[in-house]
Ligand binder design. Structure first.
Ligand SMILES: Cc1cc2nc3c(=O)[nH]c(=O)nc-3n(C[C@H](O)[C@H](O)[C@H](O)COP(=O)(O)OP(=O)(O)OC[C@H]3O[C@@H](n4cnc5c(N)ncnc54)[C@H](O)[C@@H]3O)c2cc1C
Length: 634
């Protein structure tokens, strides 16, 4: 009788329910309450902001930090707890958090300058940023800002863009040219579009409702949980179809921007306005996942974009001292040619590849900010690399599209030249899908003949309030666009400035088309141009060491943000002693890479969710409970 009742109780759904409840209770305890080893202190034990010091504008002084070169003596001066390959924001944020926890960390950077995509360069008395034109969410007291403050002594300050945060020029080169501006502020863009396209109000509201669902603390948390929870646990969740049920991020991650926009609104201009910023990911809207679009739009437009005062190099410049104060070192001109292994375990790295100048440096932990393709395909022996759960993705996820940057040095102040603190997108048409595909399908001869269909313009001179003191009567404008690696691959591997006349003629011809388009749109600039330089995918390949000059390392295709790929692109490499950080772990973007460092540190320190709790606690102490739930978004 008793067994009969029990049998009935445990039948069907109830049975599955009880088994699942017991299983999840066990996992919850094991995973969430698995404390750190207690060996390392919390990087967020106390507020480490210090009173703001003036910008250091003396280049020689800055170079002492930004260009400290690798020497055998410096690299071997102590026993390192961890080595970080690459000084991008992912590498530096990991290194800073580990240093604050008490580890001695050595950061090795191939370039002669620190910072990866955050580095700036100076030519002809002009300063240009490479990979930071706008960031979001650093004016408000968000969790992200607290994280940055705590690894930079609170020394990095940001200036907010104009309220009209973006300017869009459609059909830019034709008589039917149209222009729209995007206003920042809660719901501002949505309301603006409803006013401009009242007949599409319902579709607009529904589209923004989806964006807000995709960008939420719950969405961020589930994305990051997939990077922290054990893979076996994620597989169980996936087996029961739970990620899509429990997380809006995964529920929407298979929706492309194109199909979502087209299923909600009909007007062509409106469709363009709802998807234009996906162009920043260098894939057409049909291959951009809606949560990625939400991240970019809400993070940068809804809350207003901002720019680091003093330029992008302030990021590395202010983070390096935090690493070095704890006994760490950040050394440039240090090309890691190999990750050393013993019995399948990582034991250190080899710097240099010439037999007489190679140096082996040992540490029990190696963290790679050099991108997963580079790390698994080039730096490790295949028999070790193939042990990583991420190994199969090396074949299925391509490097992202290359990029072409035109750097313009201009005589005159931003005010005189009409340059403003906003981003400008100038597109030759109004069908983004068509334009991006047109670039992908173009051959080099096409590119040399035709005007360029999609441009992004950014003036750090106008965005940075410190600019006028640092570079009086001068301005800069950077013009960016995607340009396939294949156009320039024949010059790959040749040293910069020594790629020959053909290379220079090719890139400069495309560059000139772009300059012509820009000066047609903004005639005031024509007579102010004092300096022009063009960087291609091989420039990125050389300076940022990305596979095939991929602008953001791995392509930001919709599949990359699927459940399986999200879980496999994680800080743990599956190879003992080796961890990943940087944009391949999370996604491109300064804030995202900052969090890749946070995730990586939480795994290395064996703290996982505890580190998030510690950050949240400190944030709460400093700023109180967040007033806006999105202040907790990553
Ligand atoms: C042109 C461009 C424009 C961008 N615009 C913006 C923007 O406006 N806003 C925004 O938020 N984001 C932007 N991004 C993206 C953002 O800059 C990046 O996603 C982010 O900075 C990447 O950080 P990371 O740590 O992953 O790697 P990176 O910054 O790429 O750093 C990796 C470092 O590793 C080094 N390295 C690689 N291999 C080795 C090796 N074997 N030995 C030693 N060192 C090695 C490289 O030299 C490099 O310095 C842009 C990127 C680019 C390229």
């Amino acid at each position: 009788m008793l067994f009969d009742t029990l049998g009935k109780l445990l039948e069907g759904r109830i049975q599955i329910g009880i088994i699942l409840a017991v299983f999840f209770a066990y996992c919850f305890k094991k995973i969430f309450f698995k404390n750190g080893t207690g060996k390392w202190k919390s990087p967020f034990a106390e507020d480490s902001r210090t009173p703001l010091t003036p910008l250091v504008t003396d280049h020689a002084k800055r170079d002492e930090t930004m260009k400290r070169a690798f020497t055998k003596k410096l690299a071997n001066e102590k026993k390192w707890d961890a080595i970080v390959i690459g000084s991008g924001i992912g590498g530096l944020s990991t290194a800073a958090l580990l240093s604050k926890a008490g580890l001695k960390v050595l950061v090795l950077e191939k370039h002669y300058k620190c910072g990866g995509a955050c580095h700036t360069f100076r030519e002809y008395g002009y300063e240009f940023d490479v990979g930071i034109h706008y960031v979001g969410n650093f004016i408000r007291p968000t969790l992200t800002r607290t994280l940055l403050e705590q690894i930079s002594d609170g020394q990095i300050k940001f200036a907010k863009f104009d309220t009209n945060v973006e300017r869009l020029i459609m059909d830019a080169m034709s008589p039917s040219q149209r222009e729209y501006t995007i206003t920042s502020g809660p719901d501002a863009f949505e309301n603006q579009l409803i006013k401009q396209f009242p007949e599409e109000a319902q579709g607009i509201k529904e589209y923004f409702r989806l964006l807000k669902r995709a960008y939420s603390p719950q969405g961020s948390m589930s994305f990051f949980s997939f990077k922290l929870l054990p893979l076996w646990f994620i597989n169980v969740l996936r087996f029961f179809g739970l990620p899509r049920l429990l997380s809006d991020f995964f529920a929407l991650s298979k929706c492309s921007v194109k199909e979502t926009v087209e299923s909600h609104v009909k007007n062509k201009d409106l469709r363009y306005l709802l998807s234009y910023s996906s162009n920043g990911f260098l894939v057409p809207p049909s291959r951009i996942s809606l949560p990625m679009m939400a991240l970019l739009h809400i993070h940068c437009c809804e809350y207003g974009s901002c720019y680091p005062i003093g330029g992008a190099s302030e990021m590395p410049y202010r983070i390096v001292p935090v690493i070095e104060r704890s006994g760490g070192r950040v050394l440039m001109k240090a090309n890691v040619s190999q990750i050393l292994t013993e019995g399948g375990k990582v034991v250190g790295v080899r710097v240099g590849n010439k037999e007489n100048s190679m140096v082996d440096i040992h540490a029990p932990i190696v963290i790679s900010d050099a991108g997963m393709h580079n790390t698994l395909l080039d730096l490790l022996p295949e028999r070790v690399a193939e042990k990583s759960p991420a190994w199969p993705l090396m074949k299925t996820i391509r490097p992202s599209c290359g990029n072409l940057s035109v750097f313009l040095g201009l005589r005159g102040t931003p005010e005189e030249l009409g340059l403003t603190a906003q981003n400008i997108w100038a597109h030759a048409g109004s069908d983004l899908e068509e334009m991006v595909n047109q670039i992908f399908e173009s051959t080099l001869p096409d590119a040399l003949e035709k005007p360029y269909p999609a441009l992004f313009l950014s003036s750090s001179a106008a965005k940075d309030p410190s600019w006028k003191d640092r570079y009086p009567d001068r301005s800069t404008l950077s013009v960016l666009t995607c340009a396939p690696y294949s156009w320039f691959s024949q010059w790959s591997g040749l040293p910069t400035k020594k790629r020959g006349d053909d290379y220079n003629t090719t890139k400069n011809t495309i560059g000139q088309h772009i300059v012509d388009e820009v000066t047609t749109l903004f005639p005031k600039l024509k007579n102010a141009i004092d300096y022009v330089s063009v960087g291609s995918a091989v420039t990125i390949e050389h300076f940022l060491v990305t596979k095939q000059g991929g602008t953001y390392n791995m392509e930001h295709d919709i599949t990359r943000f699927g459940e399986e790929q999200t879980a496999l692109l994680r800080p743990e490499s599956g190879i003992e002693g080796l961890y990943f950080t940087g944009q391949d772990v999370t996604s491109c973007g300064f804030a995202s890479c900052l969090y890749s460092g946070f995730l990586c540190a939480s795994v290395v320190l064996k703290k996982r969710y505890l580190l998030l709790w510690e950050l949240f606690n400190l944030h709460r102490k400093l700023y109180g409970m967040p007033k806006d739930r999105n202040d907790l978004c990553f």
